[in-house]
Design a protein around this ligand. Sequence first.
Ligand code: SF4
Length: 208
Amino acid sequence: MENPVGNLISNLKRRNISGFYAKTISQAKELAESFIPKNSCIGISGSKTLDELGIVASLEARGNKVFNQYKPGISAKKSLEERNLGAQADYYLTSVNAISEKGELVFFSGYGHRISGIANAKNVIVICGLNKITLNLEEALKRSREYATVLNCKRLNWPAACLAQGVCRKEICLSPDYKRMCCQILIIESEINPDRVKIVIVGEKLGF
Ligand code: SF4
């Protein structure tokens, strides 16, 4: 396909999802920040993409209230509080595990806070590198589980069945010997309210 992003953005529009293209990571950061008023509060998900963007520190520095469950030294109780507050914030900022060329967004989650935030927030901003675009929904689900989640388990040293060998072993992952990360899956096929969900597609590899 010559212009996958152009087609993807048209496909997203049909689904009431606003798609934008940013050529570079820094343009993506600037664009995402321009969508968020400085006086609004923001929930975030754990995300290598957001880490690489450095957007959380930047939003905090300009005065936004960010419910950050990953603050260094935060207690488990406070972290849970921040996750719950973040899921109801004015804006929810996240990445996506995969997006199909037709515009279906796939999110996997362990505890479900990310899914709650994405499903309920008044405004959702999703950042997505070109590397996360798949041919179809089936491939998007496969990518989310067998590639992205396996790497996330490794990144977080999460004791799921994929941790030891670095490949998905879903056939044994429900055993009490493991802590499964693939617990909840959200697929956004379309939105009722146009512009609730904005997605910035970045013309570079970003996250995994
Ligand atoms: S199903 Fe289990 S083994 Fe497979 S990727 Fe998810 S957490 Fe890992």
